[in-house]
Structure formats: structure tokens, C-alpha cells
Ligand binder design. Structure first.
Ligand SMILES: [Fe+2]
Ligand SMILES: [Fe+2]
Length: 256
């Protein structure tokens, strides 16, 4: 089975892009299931209901999140009855840290975790949280979105859970890494899928606003970059087929 995992959707243009292109991409890569990280859809922070509803219509099986899970407060109204998951190691009990997808008689467990290195948020240990989920949740396949800043923490978790989960895919840095591989015990791994949104922003935000921030040291609200657009995802082949991971990187000039 081929699972398309799309990296951090950034801005509402990312929804429009999927509305126009997801069917073509699914056909091109013979995709059975689609998952996406959706923490940056609404003005770069969180996922408002209107955007969730548009994405849901596209048949995406599960949405993982990250440090921006609760940045748009509308999520409190719908998260419990949705296929949106939030990092399982966030200590509170709002929302769920994993989601079970039923596909062709198989259960696929998608798990969201957040790293703690260079992160100020209060979080439980992602390693022990994943130990606990694997001990208590019965599924045929386990896919982990590890939303983290540090490459070391991502690689460590990938190697620690090699052979215990089917894939560890990184999100959050918004920059696609070229280190995708099948680990020794067949777990698929990539440090970061990369983002789906503006190509020429600073990880999504207006380059002008962010450069100004760095130059002045003054924090002001940043807009979303426009113009050229990028789509970043991976295809995870698991199950009956030989395990493999393939990166996708598409660029559209002058998207808006
Ligand atoms: Fe992000
Ligand atoms: Fe993030």
C-alpha cells in the first residue's frame, strides 16, 4: 500500500493547491491513503473549521499537527469528533495523539509526537509516550509524524523505533531533507518532509517581514509570502510491497 504523507500545509493556498492537484498526484504515485500535517493552514497558525472542512472533502484520512495545534481556537470546537490528531506527548487531555484508519481490513495507526529539543512548550517524553502507545494500541501498521526541530532528536527516535513502527516522518522545520531511507529493520525514515506552501518566504512567512525582524530585533506580526509555491510530501510503501520511501517536491511558478 502507498501512503502519501504531505508536509506542513502552510496558508490557505495549500488547500487550494490540493483541491487542484491531489487527484493527479494520487494517480501518478498510485496512492491508497493520504495523511497531512495541517498545523499551519490558517494564516500560518492552526486549522480553522472552514479549512478543515475543505481538506476533509478531499478524502484525507488523517491530519497531524504540532506546536500550532491550538493556535486557532476553533479547533477546540471540533477536534474531538475529527480525524485531526495532536502531539500525543502534550500533557493535557484535549484531542487525541493517534488515529486508527481502517483500510482493506487493516488498521493503520497514525501517531503524532513533538520533540523537546529547542522547544519551550511543556511536553512529556516523546520516546516513552511512543513506548506506551505501542504497548496499548493494537494495529497492523504504525506511522509516526515526529514534529521536531532538532535533527538529532528525530534521528534518535527513528533509530530507537526501527523495527517497531513502519515509518517515522519528520515535520516542523518546513525544509525537506534528502536523507530518506529504509532503516536496518525496515522502518521508513526521513528527517523532514518539508512544507507545502510559499516557496520564497522564510519557512512560509513573508520574507520582507522576517528579514526585518532579524535586522531590527523587533518582533512584529509576519504575513504569508505569495508567488511561487512548493508541494512537499513522501510516498511510504508498506505492507505487501517491499518497504520504500520516496520524496516528492513540486514547484509551481506564480501560483497566486
Ligand atoms: Fe509547521
Ligand atoms: Fe511546527
Amino acid at each position: 500500500m502507498n501512503i502519501l504523507y504531505i508536509g506542513d500545509l502552510f496558508g490557505s493556498d495549500s488547500v487550494t493547491y490540493l483541491e487542484k492537484n491531489l487527484n493527479r498526484i494520487k494517480q501518478e504515485y498510485k496512492i491508497n491513503l493520504v495523511c497531512a500535517n495541517a498545523e499551519n493552514v490558517t494564516q500560518g497558525k492552526g486549522l480553522a473549521l472552514r479549512h478543515y472542512n475543505r481538506l476533509k472533502k478531499l478524502g484525507i484520512s488523517c491530519f497531524s499537527m504540532g506546536n500550532h495545534t491550538f493556535s486557532n481556537s476553533e479547533i477546540f470546537d471540533y477536534i474531538e469528533d475529527s480525524n485531526v490528531i495532536r502531539p500525543a506527548n502534550i500533557p493535557g487531555d484535549i484531542g487525541k495523539g493517534y488515529f486508527l484508519i481502517n483500510y482493506n481490513g487493516k488498521k493503520i495507526c497514525v501517531i503524532n509526537l513533538m520533540g523537546r529539543v529547542f522547544v519551550t512548550q511543556s511536553l512529556d517524553c516523546p520516546f516513552k509516550t511512543l513506548d506506551h502507545i505501542l504497548e496499548t494500541v493494537n494495529a497492523d501498521y504504525y506511522i509516526v509524524d515526529f514534529h521536531a526541530e532538532a535533527t538529532s532528536e528525530k534521528i534518535a527516535l527513528g533509530l530507537d523505533f526501527d523495527g517497531k513502527v513502519d515509518a517515522v516522518v519528520g515535520t516542523h522545520t518546513h525544509v525537506q531533507t534528502a536523507d530518506e531511507r529504509v532503516l536496518d529493520k525496515n522502518t521508513l525514515y526521513i528527517t523532514d518532509i518539508g512544507m507545502t506552501g510559499p516557496l520564497n518566504g522564510v519557512i512560509g512567512n513573508s520574507k520582507k517581514d522576517i528579514i526585518e525582524r532579524f535586522r531590527t530585533g523587533i518582533y512584529s506580526r509576519a504575513g504569508i509570502e505569495t508567488g511561487d509555491f512548493q508541494f512537499n510530501a513522501v510516498v511510504l510503501s508498506i505492507g505487501d510491497t517491499k518497504p520504500s520511501i520516496k520524496r516528492i517536491h513540486e514547484v509551481v511558478k506564480n501560483f497566486n
